[in-house]
Design a protein around this ligand. Sequence first.
Ligand code: PEP
Ligand code: MN
Length: 338
Amino acid sequence: MIIVLKQNAQEKNIEQITKELESLGLAAHVSRGETTTIIGVIGDKTKLTGKNLDLMPGVEKIVAITESYKLANKQFHTSATVVKIGDVEIGGDKLVVMAGPCAVESRLQLLETAQAVKKGGASILRGGVYKPRTSPYSFQGLEEEGLKYMREARNQTGLKIVCEVTSAHAIELCAQYVDILQIGARNMQNFELLKFAGKSGLPILLKRGLSATIDEWLNAAEYILSEGNPNVILCERGIRTYETATRNTLDLSAVPVIKAKSHLPVIVDPSHACGVRAYVPALSKAAVACGCDGLILEVHPHPEAALSDGAQSLNPEDFEKLMGELKPLAKIMGRLMA
Ligand code: PEP
Ligand code: MN
């Protein structure tokens, strides 16, 4: 539930309500909007039985929240969350593009890609060093060696870097190198991993699970937020349907639905959604038109030789062309591009 305060409520009212909630073993989450301040109540609501919070000074009304996720809920946090990574802001005025190879394969491959995506206008470099592959015999990633190349690429280009983490050990190691930790679709409901990622304090890019509902996805975000980490970026990457012409089905409706239900930024990954390079530009444009806060795109200097996901990777020329095409669209949507 949330406690909506009167317009003229004072700081001492907020303090008194917070103290009362804490004395009952509940947590208070204060969100100050431009006109209204609200206090979100987290914990076992039965503890409030017989307590007339609505009669406390400064209280306008009490509103019940039916969704199980609270901190991720727009009703709890009325202004949009902007995740700041140095000078890059996700969820702000700019459309943020993350791009890079599916997997870091070698130093040269990564540095070449980093230069290319930087030239094309990306502000964040992606590259997996722990690859959750369907087959255990497929390339599994370079682990720490790959992280060193990511760091070198960051130093060379100024791009921020994002890597997927698949275990607590990977979080500990990646936290020493990267700007954003990515939780992949296959781990969206790995709750221990989510808690650990939350505790890392780093921004988390949380991909939607292969067959997860939006409600389940927002509850996964809640696991991270409830560890005191407010920096969660959601990523729609396609869901399993009966359609086989594409790798997954891009659920673009997730973008406006997330915007209606949550304050968290949401980006779209058209590469994993469709699995086919030729479809990536159209889906990228559609995602921008739906109001996403950014895109994550797979780019490889030689897609035909890629160790993973070559079929869906753009080459640098196609990436640059797409970035040029996205600019006017982003502008219509009220977004600038780097
Ligand atoms: C990836 O981004 O490389 C990846 C494995 O994506 P997903 O978790 O969405 O499948
Ligand atoms: Mn991939």
